[in-house]
Design a protein around this ligand. Sequence first.
Ligand SMILES: Nc1ncnc2c1ncn2[C@@H]1O[C@H](COP(=O)(O)OP(=O)(O)OP(=O)(O)O)[C@@H](O)[C@H]1O
Ligand SMILES: [Mg+2]
Length: 499
Amino acid sequence: MTAPTILIVDDEKLIRWSLAERLKKEGFGTVEAGDGVTALEHVKNLEGELVLLDLRLPDTDGIRLLKQIRAVNADLPVIMITAYGTVEVAVEAMKLGAYDYVAKPFNMDELVITVQRALEASTLRREVLDIRRSQKERFGIRNILGTSASLKEAVSLIERVGRSDATTILLLGESGTGKDLMARAIHYESRRAERPFMTITCTTIQETLLESELFGHEKGAFTDARNLKQGLFELASGGTVFLDEIGDMPLSLQAKLLRFLEDKAFKRLGGVVDIRVDVRVIAATHRDIEKMIREGRFREDLFYRLNIVPIRLPPLRERKEDVEALALHFVRHYSRELSRKVTGLAPRAVEALAAYNWPGNVRELRNSMERAVLLGSDDVVTLEDLPQEVRKGVAPPERKGRLYILPREGIVFDDVEKDLVLQALEFTDWNQTRSAELLGMSRDQIRYRIEKFALVAPGREGAAGGGAGGAATALGAVGREGPPAKNGASRDSSTRVGG
Ligand SMILES: Nc1ncnc2c1ncn2[C@@H]1O[C@H](COP(=O)(O)OP(=O)(O)OP(=O)(O)O)[C@@H](O)[C@H]1O
Ligand SMILES: [Mg+2]
């Protein structure tokens, strides 16, 4: 990084000269202007990262020039130079956004420190702005993908609620439907976006610890409380607290939370004074809260307090039209992240994605795509790259035309048959029903061949009685009610595809 350049604006040449000499000695670059027009020219050309601005100028006054400078570049730090007796004007300048002022005749050491501080503050400010902008980009509502009516409805609700002053929101939805994502989007769409977003999962923590995490504690409130500690509600003041898995919050703490939601005030553990804060509480759960109320595991009054604005996130299986777009988004995301060249989805893969039920919702889809991008070798995600349970959903390819060309020297038909049956079994992880479908035959037909060729899943050899001898007996035992194949029927029925 090059040293910052200071723009010195003063009508007195001697002052400009002495300032420049000192600042150069400190390692700064300098640019000088004796009047307003020249100064503004420099600002427009982005010469100078900080302005030292004299209040008295031949063609304008410092205040007017300050306004013009800020109109060109609102973030440029400006330090006013004032003569004795013009401090009021300097104060006015600070109201207009000047960083500070120094009075003539100035102490050069002090001036240098003021300059350094102003530059630091401006760098910090820029960093904070950058972080906020990137946070909003990362977590804002634009990151919620999907065009299904039910998702769009949830998103539009989030948008409206985010901007409103509603302080409690309840997010309901199965695991992986995007509750976390939505909670952040609500925060970053709201006027609270520049204040903290704090999150806590009520599941993982033991009761008193959870209580002190939320409300804080005074020094000595309990044995381990060596110091005063602020809780999340205090730390997130002006912002948002996300209570994830609220369904797992212990009943006693539910009562405390309700009191806080109603009064907007609380006491730290062991504390006597009420602390008032303005925070929005977003609670989320994948549990059936109404059922929990019936079972006495969740307070009804708290539920009604939270349920003022409920947002239900639909499971992925109820909005299948979102699957392909989401999958494509994740494929491209992971392709970039993992430096792969996968750009799309093969038609058969799309078919399988659409047929699958997605019990783990968007999270499962995302993980499947990450795996596919990582393991795949094609430039599109193919059926084979998908997890086995997803693959199962597609119908076997249609067979038409001449599939195999008989070599002139002929073949051993049994070998071909055996090889195809084996391939089907391997491809379906030894699922007989799916293998039979792939080969266009019944289960009895495939069982017959498994036994005929004594095919055994790897790792099951011992259990099968093994080897050629096994084949002979198996062959002898062929029949409609023959012994169940090695993998057993239970596996087959459990892997049947839901619709
Ligand atoms: N509509 C969506 N658009 C883009 N990404 C999504 C969407 N919904 C969920 N995701 C992604 O899916 C993953 C799971 O979402 P999230 O963690 O928000 O789910 P959750 O409902 O909080 O699940 P859990 O109940 O298990 O905590 C995240 O990576 C999230 O970014
Ligand atoms: Mg979550």
